[in-house]
Unconditional design. Structure first.
Length: 100
């Protein structure tokens, strides 16, 4: 952790390749947001490393991202459980949202 940061706060980034057939469509979007809501951290996703960033806890906003199979899903989180949150979200993506 960088000096001067709040104790217990983490600002972390991750990414995962969308390998499921439908990409980030309706059902995968809902699964992603349901998982994101389990964490206290602020979590955002994007399909470009520099954004625009979207609130991962909003199903409507996530569906608007319309990320297709083969695109990289970038994630960033801030909070005490940020690292755990991104690890869980990347795992969900890597498991093809448990749909295949």
């Amino acid at each position: 952790m960088a000096d001067g940061g709040e104790i217990g706060m983490q600002d972390v980034k991750a990414h995962a390749l969308l390998i499921n057939e439908v990409g980030l469509h309706a059902r995968p979007s809902v699964k992603l947001t349901q998982l994101a809501k389990r964490f206290a951290a602020t979590i955002e996703i994007a399909i470009a490393a520099d954004g625009p960033w979207t609130d991962a806890k909003s199903p409507v906003k996530i569906m608007r991202v319309k990320a297709a199979k083969g695109e990289t899903l970038y994630m960033r989180a801030n909070g005490t459980d940020a690292e755990e949150a991104l690890r869980a979200l990347a795992d969900l993506v890597n498991r093809k949202f448990d749909e295949e």
